[in-house]
Design a protein around this ligand. Structure first.
Ligand SMILES: NC(=O)c1ccc[n+]([C@@H]2O[C@H](COP(=O)([O-])OP(=O)(O)OC[C@H]3O[C@@H](n4cnc5c(N)ncnc54)[C@H](O)[C@@H]3O)[C@@H](O)[C@H]2O)c1
Length: 271
């Protein structure tokens, strides 16, 4: 598939701003949308302020688009009301508008928190069952399931990116991030692989750099062409020298500090 017209939702956020810079001059049309204000459109750009809850606005937003990068929504753990409107209803609106207006591909920003309660001692690939660690994680499992439905039932091409840790400044900041970090340049490259690949039906991909300490295995999606160049190890000595002690629940699971939030379970029963 040759995507020419790209829409980014959540474009005013951290990842959206980095993609906007990284995609400059690459695609004929970059339509940038968020409910928050965005910087004025440059050459080849359109800027549209819209809330994902506003279905008529979202239907208008997707018109003429080949590929959507769906970043918009609550990007951290939040109240059920916020998760429900932004990440559940908003995500549904986005996929449904894409189907109605014959958008060929959707790239969904999922999260490692969709699989957060897998034990960290295990190296995991993209076939593991979902084990969300928060309401936020549940919303990402929902988005992945919706993507699967729209691929199988309606023929959309869908990629779900289980993003690790993307941050400003562009470096890992603690022990867990030595595992989960993705650099800005690797994120731009990963998104370009997902946009430019000629044909796939449905894929789940981990969004992490080439970290020596990485524990998420992308070998099932080598065909995508994602070859990350950065490695968090460059900061390992500095981070380890801080002697940080991770919370005892957090340290057990892939989801890190999201797992002990509101936790009153029994770690011994979580296999
Ligand atoms: N940054 C990371 O480390 C990371 C990790 C895993 C997953 N992700 C996912 O990637 C995506 C982007 O992450 P980010 O770090 O850029 O987040 P961010 O919070 O910086 O950006 C999210 C954007 O979505 C917009 N938004 C929220 N609710 C909206 C609504 N109802 N309608 C329209 N726009 C709305 C916000 O205004 C914001 O600009 C999110 O979906 C997040 O869950 C990010």
């Amino acid at each position: 598939m040759q995507a020419r017209n790209i829409l980014i939702t959540g474009a005013a956020g951290q990842i959206g701003v980095a993609l906007r810079a990284g995609f400059k001059g690459v695609y004929p049309l970059l339509r940038l949308s968020d409910r928050a204000p965005l910087a004025a459109a440059g050459p080849g750009e359109e800027v549209v302020q819209a809330d994902l809850g506003d279905m008529p606005a979202i239907e208008k937003l997707v018109q003429g688009i080949d590929c959507i990068i769906h970043l918009g929504g609550a990007s951290t753990e939040n109240t059920w009301e916020t998760i429900l409107s932004a990440n559940i209803a908003g995500c549904f609106n986005l996929f449904e508008a894409a189907r109605k207006h014959k958008v060929k591909r959707v790239i969904f920003a999922s999260s490692n928190h969709a699989i957060g309660f897998h034990r960290r001692e295990r190296f995991i690939d993209n076939t593991v069952v979902p084990r969300p660690d928060t309401r936020y994680g549940v919303s990402k499992v929902f988005g992945e399931a919706l993507g699967r439905l729209y691929a199988d039932k309606h023929g959309l091409s869908v990629a779900c990116l289980r993003i690790g840790t993307f941050r400003n400044p562009d470096r890992p900041d603690n022990v867990r991030q030595l595992q989960s970090w993705i650099s800005h340049r690797d994120m731009v490259h990963l998104m370009r692989c997902c946009i430019d690949h000629p044909d796939y039906h449905f894929a789940v991909v981990y969004g992490l750099s080439n970290n020596l300490r990485g524990r998420w295995d992308n070998s099932n999606v080598k065909w995508l062409g994602y070859r990350p160049q950065d490695d968090s190890e460059a900061w390992a000595a500095e981070i380890l020298a801080k002697g940080e002690k991770e919370n005892e629940v957090s340290a057990l699971f892939h989801g890190g500090f999201y797992t002990p939030m509101e936790f009153d379970g029994d770690v011994d029963r979580i296999d």
